[in-house]
Structures are given as C-alpha cells and as structure tokens.
Design a protein around this ligand. Structure first.
Ligand SMILES: C[S@@+](CC[C@H](N)C(=O)[O-])C[C@H]1O[C@@H](n2cnc3c(N)ncnc32)[C@H](O)[C@@H]1O
Length: 212
C-alpha cells in the first residue's frame, strides 16, 4: 500500500469516531429513505438467500440495511479502515454480517460470486487508478445478470452546502474526482455494458445501476 493510501486510511480511522453523527447531521434524518431506495434497486425479492457485497462499507449502514431485509443473505461489508470496520461491528447486533478489511482495488473474492455489489458515497473519494481498478473488480465479482449499484452525492443546491461540497472535493486534491461527480454515468459506460441513472426522492443522491 502506498504512503498516500496509508494516510487516507488513517484519516478514515480518525473520521470513524464521528462518522455516523456527521451523516445524521448532514442527511437530516432522510438517510433511511436513501438506504431503502438502494435496497429496492437491487431487485433481490425473488432470492431467499442473496449474496451481497458492500464495498467501502464504512460504519456498515448499507450492508446492515440489506441484512435486515434479507436475514438469510450472505452479507459482506468490505473496507480498508480498521476504525470504520470496528464501528460497523458494534452495530452488527445479529452478528450475521461479515466484515472484511482490504483494499477496494483488489478483492479477495471469486468471479461471479455476488448477486449484488454496492458502493455508497465512496467511489468519488477513490483516486483515479484505484477507482478504475475497483470498478473492474466489481464487474469481475458480480454474477452475469446481477447489479453493481453505485450511489453518489448529487451536487447540492443550497449555496452554503454547495460551497462546502466543493471545498471537500478540492481538499481531496483530485481533479478527476470532481469530473467523476459531475460526469457520473458516462465514465461508467466504458466499463459496464448497461448503466442506468436514477435519482433518490430526497434529491441528495443519484444511483447508477450497472450490469456487465
Ligand atoms: C464516505 S465513506 C462511505 C461509507 C459508507 N459506504 C456509507 O455510505 O456511509 C468512504 C469509505 O470508503 C473507504 N475507502 C476509501 N478508500 C478505500 C479503498 N481504497 N479500499 C477500501 N475502502 C476504502 C473508507 O475507509 C470509508 O469508510
């Protein structure tokens, strides 16, 4: 792992202590609706025991929402931050979700081994090459007609929030992160055969549903 990535991992370890409180403040209670939107988009209703992978899972909110909808599932949360995974494990009251520590650019899973792969509000934070590798890995591990669901922030409308959003992007120092947020679905079409763009009811997130 490069020095840069080690530094980012430490940053997320530190952030893990306030992450859930920060999200609650930012989302103003509509985080449950956003997660339901994501779970519904997976189209897993006909599968009693789906295999679910949540990449860059952070404190586990998305994968835990899937697991509570599909108690028979094999649900894995994957992240490179030990701190984030520790917080996720504290929320894993049923003990059914498996949390794995590792880099999104290199997944320790077999080809075609998941019914759905999710990555929520994280892809834009990955640096260019890491993001491309992570996307190829997602494509490799999803089953042929399964969905890779990528949830990202919309550009905020309210001026102050919009300013903070751009400061955050600038602080990440990555030109292509900004282009990715603006460009969205177009860049994904270079990797996936089918890409559909939808918007959450709250207007704060967009969802790219990708198939290989
Ligand atoms: C903004 S948080 C999103 C967390 C979660 N998906 C959510 O929606 O609340 C970004 C997460 O991506 C993880 N992450 C960043 N780069 C990563 C990488 N290269 N490999 C694995 N995880 C990574 C961070 O540790 C952090 O938990």
């Amino acid at each position: 792992m490069t020095h840069l990535r080690k530094g980012r991992r430490k940053y997320y370890d530190f952030f893990s202590h306030i992450y859930d409180a920060f999200i609650r403040m930012h989302s103003r209670q509509d985080e449950d609706d956003t997660r339901k939107f994501l779970v519904d988009a997976a189209h897993l209703e006909d599968q009693p025991a789906p295999r679910i992978l949540d990449l860059c899972c952070g404190t586990g909110s998305v994968v835990l929402a899937f697991e509570s909808c599909y108690p028979e599932s094999v649900a894995i949360g994957y992240d490179f931050s030990h701190g984030m995974l520790g917080k996720a494990q504290e929320k894993n009251v049923t003990g059914r979700v498996i949390f794995v520590e590792g880099d999104a650019a290199l997944l320790p899973f077999a080809d075609d081994s998941f019914d759905v792969v999710t990555c929520s509000h994280a892809l834009y934070e990955l640096k260019g090459e890491t993001r491309q590798k992570a996307l190829r890995e997602m494509k490799r591990v999803i089953r042929p007609d399964g969905y890779v669901l990528l949830m990202e922030h919309e550009i905020p409308q309210r001026p102050v929030v919009k300013l903070l959003f751009y400061i955050r992007l600038l602080s990440m120092g990555s030109k292509d992160a900004r282009e990715f947020v603006k460009g969205g679905a177009e860049s994904l079409k270079q990797i996936f055969a089918r890409v559909t763009l939808n918007h959450s009811q709250t207007g704060k997130s967009k969802l790219m549903s990708c198939q290989k």
